[in-house]
Design a protein around this ligand. Structure first.
Ligand code: PLP
Ligand code: COI
Length: 333
């Protein structure tokens, strides 16, 4: 395995863990090598988007031990997604145990320390019940699979250009933007694809009622640094990022003031640094934001900002076991 060449792709591993919900309870979880799922063509997940997922990583530390980052937080977020879609709610312990079991069974796929790579875990929950009417279902499957993934940046961190797309809404104020469900990605894929074709590394969405406030990126939260402040948008329609929550804690520890509030588009020009944060990207500094259709670009520079880099280092030091796990974020497998 060429660990250094890994991107963010599906890679076949030893297997996955599954658990079925039917007759009012979760059955015993089982491990399988099967990459395919036998699904009825009328399963509600295929028609009505009754599916939720998560993304988290396991890291091989400097001491050779493997630890998963904030797995119980992902479990709780999947519970809120399940509740929003009226799907059976996976217990936190079942979720955590399934993730640990997948890591244990795929130990040869955990990238070694020093490669910058990690083992990405993808828990998913979807309605398997065959039905035609649009309604809540009482049959579902919970699966956790994994794939080794490379670091977002191969060598040094290079800020990427972002496109603020005011012509596409990702989520409505009281819609499903604050949970991790497939439909949110379906609604943003066109904007993301367009931005990529135009050479942007990321797309940013604004609030869908006024289009005056920054919401988040396609698969990451948005943050900015201004003087001694860490600023990140507050909204009912953005995903509560576990990476962002961690950065808020680390920023506070570094003596920055943390502002979780509405962030107006007009404020962008006054920020010193801007970035995207999430499990897949970790901390991805933004070099510029172009407002689509307005011929307006705000520049943050081609070099990553010092505060973003300190936050990235502080986060990775904990994830790779180089710093004490002072917030109890790591679960050893
Ligand atoms: N926002 C969206 C829409 C995402 O898909 C993700 C990725 O999971 C995030 C934010 C970042 O969340 P987290 O840090 O929990 O991975
Ligand atoms: C993650 O950061 O884990 C994500 O889920 C992003 C994914 C949608 C590509």
């Amino acid at each position: 395995m060429n660990w250094r060449e890994l991107g963010f792709n599906y890679y076949k591993t030893a297997g996955n863990v599954r658990c079925i919900y039917r007759d009012g309870h979760w059955e015993e979880p089982f491990f399988t090598e099967d990459e395919y799922i036998d699904l009825h063509m009328a399963a509600a997940c295929l028609h009505y988007g009754l599916d939720a997922f998560e993304g988290l990583k396991a890291f091989c530390g400097e001491d050779g031990r493997v630890r998963i980052f904030r797995v119980a937080d992902n479990a709780r977020r999947m519970q809120s997604s399940a509740e929003r879609l009226c799907l059976p709610v996976p217990p936190v312990e079942m979720f955590v145990e399934a993730c640990k079991e997948v890591v244990r069974r795929n130990s040869e796929f955990v990238p070694p320390y020093g490669t910058g790579a990690s083992l990405y875990l993808r828990p998913m929950l979807f309605a398997t019940k065959p039905c035609l009417g649009v309604r809540a279902v009482d049959e579902a499957m919970f699966v956790v699979f994994c794939s080794p993934v490379g670091p977002y940046y191969k060598d040094e961190v290079r800020p990427g250009r972002a496109l603020l797309d005011l012509g596409c809404d990702r989520a409505a104020p009281l819609g499903t933007g604050d949970v991790k469900v497939g439909g949110n990605y379906a609604s943003s894929i066109k904007a993301g694809d367009w931005a990529r074709q135009e050479g942007y590394a990321n797309v940013i969405f604004a609030d869908s009622s006024e289009r005056r406030y920054i919401e988040e990126c396609m698969a990451a939260n948005f943050f900015a640094i201004k003087g001694k402040s860490y600023i990140t948008p507050k909204s009912t329609s953005i995903l509560p990022s576990i990476t962002n929550k961690s950065l808020c804690t680390l920023a506070g520890e570094m003596g920055l003031s943390v502002e979780i509030r509405r962030v107006s588009i007009d404020e962008l020009a006054g920020f010193d640094e801007a970035g995207a944060c999430g499990t897949a990207v970790t901390v991805a500094p933004i070099s510029s934001i172009t407002v689509a259709g307005e011929e307006r670009t705000i520049d943050y520079g081609e070099k990553p900002g010092p505060v973003s880099m300190s936050l990235l280092k502080a986060l990775q030091d904990i994830q790779y076991g180089r710093a004490e796990d002072r917030f109890g974020w790591m679960t050893e497998v």
